[in-house]
Structure formats: C-alpha cells, structure tokens
Design a protein around this ligand. Structure first.
Ligand code: HEC
Length: 128
C-alpha cells in the first residue's frame, strides 16, 4: 500500500468531507494524489471508520456542526475555525515557519494525533 501523508487526523472531518476528498484526489489541493482503486477504498474505509462522527472530541463536534451539509473539505473554511482563529494577526500565518493557514501542525504540535487541546498549542508570539 502506498504511503499517504495525512495532514489532518481523520477525527476532525465528517464522513462526507472524506468522501469528497477521496473522490477527487486528482485535484487534491493542487497536487495529483490519485491512487489505484483498491488503495483508495482502503483509505476511505479507514477514514470513515475514524471520522469526526465517531469521535468524542469537542472539536470534532464543532467541525461537524460548522460543516453541516455544506461541501467543505478544508477545516480552515469552516465558521468554527474562523471564529477560533480570528484574533490571530494575519501576518502570523505568513511567517516562514507557518507559510499557510492549512499548516495546522505549525501551531498545533500534536494535531496528527487528533490533539488540539490548549496545552498543545504553541505560543504564537514566536511567529510575530
Ligand atoms: C498560527 C498558528 C495556528 C495555525 C496555523 C492553526 N491554528 Fe488552530 N489555534 C491556534 C491558536 C492560538 C488557538 C487558540 C485560540 C484561542 O483559544 O483563542 C487555536 C485554536 C484552535 C481550535 C480550537 C481548540 C479549542 O480547544 O477550542 C481548533 C479546533 C483549531 N485551532 C484547529 C486548527 C486547524 C484544524 C488548523 C489547520 C487547518 C489550525 N488550527 C491552524 C493557532 C493556530
């Protein structure tokens, strides 16, 4: 099986968003990330088994509610995300250690483990 690097833990996005992402990997955020059919199905079932709906984490529920029935595949496009990051100065996201708002890990050190608790958030004054 090919190695696919996930920047977002499965438990932050609802089932529907994962289905949308996996059905359009040719256009995955500008990269061609397409896989053979079998691998794609394996990954999709893993993602669905661990999607936000299966999580007890508060952030998972917040993302589900914020996405609702909209076709959103990027966490940073949700109202919940915008609300939680609105106090962060825009130039912080342009810092060379961050580069993009999609680089969640720059600030949430343990995000790939699904952890976005306050104690795992870096001090953003380092990026100013
Ligand atoms: C520039 C650093 C930075 C980046 C990049 C960033 N965040 Fe955050 N995030 C923060 C900070 C700081 C807070 C805490 C805001 C507060 O409590 O006022 C936060 C809060 C959150 C929260 C709320 C946590 C809670 O317990 O209420 C979630 C969820 C979250 N971020 C997810 C993400 C995701 C997903 C991404 C990537 C798409 C991301 N963040 C990118 C800095 C960042």
């Amino acid at each position: 099986m090919q190695v696919v690097i996930l920047f977002i833990p499965p438990n932050l996005l609802p089932k529907k968003s994962w289905e949308l992402i996996m059905s359009d990997l040719e256009n995955h955020f500008g990269d061609d990330a397409s896989l053979d059919e079998e691998t794609n199905q394996d990954i999709l079932s893993f993602l669905i088994k661990n999607s936000a709906e299966t999580s007890t984490m508060e952030a998972s529920w917040n993302f589900i509610n914020s996405i609702g029935n909209k076709d959103i595949i990027a966490l940073s496009k949700t109202e919940y995300w915008e609300k939680r990051h609105k106090d962060i100065p825009k130039n912080v996201f342009k810092n060379e250690k961050i580069k993009s708002i999609a680089n969640c890990k720059a600030c949430h050190s343990d995000i790939e483990k699904g952890l976005i608790e306050d104690e795992n958030i870096k001090d953003i004054s380092d990026f100013m």
